[in-house]
Design a protein around this ligand. Structure first.
Ligand SMILES: *Cc1c(COP(=O)(O)O)cnc(C)c1O
Length: 378
């Protein structure tokens, strides 16, 4: 699904030199590279504070702790996403409220959010799924109206730009009160181990979070709040610092591959190509979608047979995600009503994600698209 060795070749010299330097200096934790990367990412995103941490799941949890959410507070998030989001809500003894998504973008449905709001609702967590921003115009409006926090899960969307209805453009992760991201190796900006970060423009919240990631310490050995231990190490920061200047070109390579997939599948009625929503209309020049995944929907054919066929041809593919969160054993709850999840219940049967990375060649894309078209048209 991804080609990380190929990408490494393009940055090998920078990465190897900085890792060797870190090994010599022994500044493994909180070394200069962590600070350099933090500043570089703040500049790239146009966000005031980036707080690095150990992974994207921690980042979500710490963001919620920083906002002071309390047990019993309701947090609304999407039913169709990776489990990390609902997991940390559960760990903090907050109440997850899963809602349905939009059929075209797969992102959380603002109408479903509004329906789910109660006096206990405190926050909304939109996930910018597969690399495309959720409908932030509508979500921010709902949040403002009901006085709710917006926590963006930007693990799949880093580098994407959201265009507001009034034409204003901002990078995802800089749209709500606070955001989280992951630097897991296969993410659009990935390191060579685990890593994550929290973003915010709020000085006070940033200060609170900097203490939380460090055992609740604001002064050495003075523990003011219950915190966690969540750090990005220097070696991962050096990898990320080498990759960040290339993120836009990495995302352009993904978009380019997506365009070729689109062109091949556009007229195949058994396949639905991904929708691009918050686009400025000239998709060539905007980063409305950074294609963390290239996800098709099948139409009138059996998805699992297509998966088996691709496997038989040694073409990797993925089903993200095969089970709605509200039906997962850990998160099932009698509060949920099947009739509220028609889209997610359908998508889990229809979606299939194709290989997507920065190193895809035209030959590989041709082989993949020809194999799929041959199978679905037979
Ligand atoms: C990857 C991912 C996470 C978790 O990130 P980790 O670094 O693996 O903890 C959270 N949310 C979404 C949407 C993700 O894709």
């Amino acid at each position: 699904m991804v080609d990380l060795q190929g990408q490494y070749k393009g940055i090998k010299e920078t990465v190897d030199t900085s890792i060797a330097e870190i090994l010599e200096s022994a500044a493994y934790i909180n070394g200069p590279y962590v600070h350099k990367f933090q500043e570089a990412l703040e500049n790239y995103l146009g966000v005031k504070h980036v707080i690095p941490c150990a992974n994207g799941t921690d980042a979500l949890q710490i963001a919620m702790m920083g906002l002071g959410l309390q047990p019993g507070d309701e947090v609304i998030t999407a039913d169709f996403t990776f489990a990390a989001t609902v997991e940390v809500i559960g760990l903090l003894r907050l109440t997850p409220v899963l809602v349905d998504v939009e059929p075209d973008t797969f992102n959380i449905d603002p109408i479903a959010i509004e329906k789910a709001i109660t006096p206990k609702t405190k926050a909304i967590v939109p996930v910018h799924l597969f690399g495309q921003a959720a409908n932030m115009d509508a979500i921010l409006e709902i949040a403002k109206k009901h006085n709710l926090y917006v926590i963006e899960d930007n693990a799949q969307g880093i580098g994407a730009t959201y265009t507001f209805k009034n034409g204003e453009k901002k990078k995802t992760g800089n749209l709500g009160d606070v955001a989280s991201t992951s630097f897991f190796p296969s993410k659009n900006l990935g390191c060579y181990g685990d890593g994550g970060a929290i973003f915010t423009n709020n000085d006070e919240l940033a200060h609170t979070i900097r203490g939380i990631v460090n055992h609740g310490m604001y002064k050495r050995y003075h523990h003011d709040v219950v915190g966690v231990n969540s750090r990005l190490d220097s070696i991962q920061a050096a990898v990320l610092l080498a990759k960040l200047p290339k993120l836009d070109s990495y995302n352009a390579a993904r978009r380019n591959a997506a365009k070729k997939y689109d062109a091949a599948f556009e007229d195949i009625k058994q396949l639905v190509i991904p929708a691009k929503n918050s686009c400025d209309g000239i998709c060539n020049s905007c980063d409305c979608h950074v294609f963390h995944q290239y996800t098709l929907k099948v139409n009138g054919i059996n998805r699992d047979e297509l998966v088996a066929h691709l496997q038989s041809k040694e073409i990797p593919c993925g089903v993200y995600y095969p089970i709605p969160l509200h039906l997962q054993k850990a998160y099932a709850d009698e509060r949920y009503n099947e009739a509220d999840f028609p889209i997610t219940n359908q998508l889990v049967k229809e979606v299939i994600s194709l290989p997507m990375h920065t190193e895809l060649t035209d030959d590989q894309i041709d082989f993949i698209t020809n194999t799929i078209i041959e199978f679905v048209s037979k």
